[in-house]
Design a protein. Structure first.
Length: 404
């Protein structure tokens, strides 16, 4: 607690004038970059440059939000740099440049040393996979969004190690619920559902709370097969997985005491319809724990990144990201952040109106969340009033304990 009070004292703008937090210029620059990216010619070199620069920007953004400094001037500096880089790419591929180039004798392979070796490698990779499918919000039609998300995630979850699958989730879930005053004893003997269970490690964590039974449901086929195989191999009982959509769940009305829905509905076309279907399968008095994206500067920047890479083939960006040699969770985070077809962001008030309209009887916002050595969830950073957390993360992510 004293840590929170200490941070609270330090958090009053860190001695800077309030305009140091003004986002007008950041918003204008984001629009400028979106437009600049749209106006670039459509060719392999430009595609490669877009993917590379956005990855570079993402990594710098990661550093900025991790630091305690005012993010506004730092982000502005990066956006200006990006604007400059796109200007250079535009000049490189302009018609004028092309005409000058052809006048001087056109394409000569020995002249290629003018491009840096790195950039040339990027262009080679881009041309190799130029015809690869684009799996992004640009191509996602509303009616196939769920399947596209399922496929994207389905290819990733099975890459998780057994150690991550079996050992990571249980202490995490217990700490998360405990921090928000949920009595873990309540779960004993309950019938539970993990709706949009992904790789299944939270499903396993729910099982380890001593429940009677837990089912993990997800639209991705590969992850459901993988999770089933892992728990079967380990000889675990009371846990099963099913391949279905959250919008049409194969369960009777009023069948579950508890539903977990973590990070799923903001990747679907209709959050409210998903919450309604969960309401249907919950028993009266049963509980839902739901996590959805809040609205914040950090996510506005993520959307700008996504707009720029919307026509970049998944295989190209995935290749860059994979070659960074990161730990799996970071690879998963950036690949899905770039390519999941939909991300929606809600204010807490908007979400609470949805709960009310559906008929849920009560909802408590969970303001606390996990902090690990090098990582903190946004709502916990906001709760602790870490420097500039409000600027970066607004009111934080939305986590609710909801009762039917
Ligand atoms: C960000 S992941 C979250 C996974 C898991 N809940 C967790 O916290 O690790 C989103 C998951 O939602 C699944 N999904 C997306 N649309 C779905 C739908 N309509 N029905 C069921 N699952 C869906 C995806 O396949 C993916 O596994």
């Amino acid at each position: 607690m004293s840590e929170i009070i200490e941070n609270d004292k330090n958090n009053s703008n860190n001695g800077e004038p309030p305009e140091g937090r003004d986002l007008t210029a950041v918003n204008l620059y984001m629009d400028k970059i979106r437009t600049a990216a749209k106006e670039l010619p459509d060719n392999q070199g430009v595609t490669a440059a877009k993917a590379f620069y956005m990855l570079e920007f993402s990594l710098r953004l990661e550093e900025i939000v991790d630091s305690d400094e005012n993010p506004v001037p730092l982000i502005l500096e990066e956006l200006r740099l990006l604007d400059y880089k796109f200007g250079r790419v535009k000049a490189l591929y302009s018609d004028d440049n092309y005409v000058r180039f052809m006048k001087r004798g056109g394409f000569k392979p020995e002249k290629m040393h003018i491009a840096s070796e790195d950039f040339q490698n990027l262009v080679d990779t881009a041309s190799y996979i130029h015809r690869a499918p684009v799996v992004s919000k640009a191509s996602a039609k509303l009616e196939n969004v769920n399947e596209i998300s399922g496929e994207l995630y389905s290819n990733l979850w099975p890459l998780r190690s057994d150690e991550e699958f079996f050992e990571w989730g249980t202490p995490f879930l217990k700490e998360r619920l405990d921090l928000n005053g949920i009595d873990l004893e309540w779960f004993k003997g309950k019938k539970c559902l993990d709706a949009g269970c992904g790789g299944g490690r939270t499903t396993l964590a729910i099982r380890n709370l001593g429940v009677r039974e837990v089912v993990g449901l997800d639209i991705g086929e590969g992850n459901i097969r993988d999770a089933t195989e892992r728990v079967t191999r380990a000889g675990l009982t009371n846990i099963s997985f099913t391949h279905n959509s959250i919008f049409e769940m194969p369960f009777e009305d009023n069948s579950f005491d508890f539903v977990m829905c973590q990070g799923v509905l903001h990747h679907t076309p209709d959050t409210a319809a998903g919450l309604k279907e969960i309401f249907r399968v919950l028993k009266p008095g049963g509980h839902l724990w739901v996590y959805l994206y809040g609205h914040m500067l950090y996510y506005d920047l993520i959307e700008m990144i996504r707009d720029v890479v919307a026509d970049v083939p998944l295989a190209l960006a995935a290749n860059y990201i994979f070659n960074m040699g990161w730990a799996f969770e970071r690879y998963l985070y950036w690949q899905t952040t770039f390519f999941v077809p939909i991300r929606t962001y809600l204010e807490s008030g908007e979400l609470e109106d949805i709960f009310k309209d559906i008929g849920y009887s009560s909802w408590d916002r969970h303001l606390r969340d996990i902090q690990r050595e090098h990582w903190i969830t946004y709502c916990e950073a906001v709760y602790r009033k870490y420097p500039y957390a409000d600027v970066k993360y607004g009111e934080g992510d939305l986590r609710y304990w909801v009762t039917k």
